[in-house]
Design a protein around this ligand. Structure first.
Ligand code: IPE
Ligand code: IPE
Ligand code: MG
Ligand code: MG
Length: 295
């Protein structure tokens, strides 16, 4: 994929997110809630899930661009909501996110809960709005994306595992992070009228890889570099790949996951360009501090 194409994906996402958030805004609404919702979405972070979703939709022919934009937008809104709730005092109690005060630190916990709730509802409203002219793809998009955030296997379940005495690392990471990546690849294919099932493995591997990379960053990087607190997993007794496998073991696990992701890209018209994009993006998963760690 060319740099121009990648930039086009990013600008499609920012435009679609801005339009979606504007539907939650009105001069007659509660001003602080309105402000908190926009604050949670802009400026964005890596936007990796919507970029992945749109890249898959394009690789599959981009038959329904509005549906593809809506799916990517819904996924990013749900991700932003999950971060707002994750940072709350009753979860990770993190006062820094994306290099500035987290939503509850800036607006207070009640508005953070409500902004997260509003973003979740807005995600599904966005899906409905984006499929007016291709309603036949709405059920598969709703179920694919809904399943990735709810119980028993989505983000909600991932967060709920933290309330249990024990959980297997991969099961925890698949729910809290893998599920939304699975939705990203599957929904991208479905929005282009393709069977989503062959795309789930790619999403799962990339999601697990992204979380292992995040675990490595949690122990290797500093707060200024990440824009969020470090050492959180140890402090909160959360399962962490680097803690369980060691830095070298986690790095090897990350390499295996990336390799398995790249080799699982299903056949489609844009497969070669998508493979190039995923190879380039996954190189960025590896924290630069790993270069100093013995193999
Ligand atoms: C943070 O995700 C939470 C994880 C699952 C690792 P991101 O790293 O994608 O967060 P933003 O959107 O870039 O802030
Ligand atoms: C967040 O997981 C993933 C969510 C489902 C919200 P973490 O708690 O490990 O992520 P960070 O470190 O706060 O971004
Ligand atoms: Mg957390
Ligand atoms: Mg957290």
């Amino acid at each position: 994929m060319t740099i121009e194409a990648a930039m086009d994906i990013s600008s499609r996402i920012e435009t679609a997110l801005d339009l979606a958030v504007s539907h939650a805004e009105s001069p007659h609404g509660p001003p602080l809630l309105t402000e908190a919702i926009r604050y949670a979405v802009f400026p964005g972070g890596h936007r990796i899930r919507p970029r992945l979703s749109l890249a898959v939709a394009i690789a599959c022919g981009d038959r329904h661009p509005e549906a593809a934009d809506a799916a990517a937008t819904a996924i990013e809104l749900l991700h932003c909501a999950s971060l707002v709730h994750d940072d709350l005092p009753c979860f990770d109690n993190a006062s820094l996110r994306r290099g500035r005060p987290s939503v509850h630190a800036a607006f207070g916990a009640p508005l953070a809960v409500l902004a997260g709730d509003a973003l979740i509802v807005l995600a599904f409203e966005t899906l409905a709005r984006g499929t007016m002219t291709c309603a036949h793809v709405l059920p598969i998009l709703m179920t694919t994306i809904g399943r990735s955030v709810g119980s028993p296997h989505g983000i909600v379940a991932g967060q709920a595992w933290e309330c249990e005495k024990t959980v297997a690392l991969t099961e925890y990471q698949r729910a809290k992070t893998g599920a939304l990546f699975i939705a990203a690849t599957a929904a991208g294919a479905a929005a282009s009228g393709q069977d989503p099932d062959p795309w789930r493995h790619l999403g799962e591997r990339l999601g697990l890889a992204y979380q292992v990379a995040d675990d490595l960053r949690d122990v290797l990087c500093d707060e200024a570099e990440l824009g969020k607190p470090i050492g959180q997993d140890a402090a909160l007794h959360r399962p962490n790949a680097a803690a369980q496998l060691g830095i070298v073991g986690a790095k090897r696990h990350l390499e295996d996951l990336v390799q398995s992701a790249v080799s699982s890209i299903p056949d489609c018209p844009g497969a070669p360009a998508l493979r190039d994009l995923i190879k380039a993006q996954t190189k960025l998963f590896f924290p630069k501090q790993l270069a100093l760690v013995a193999a």
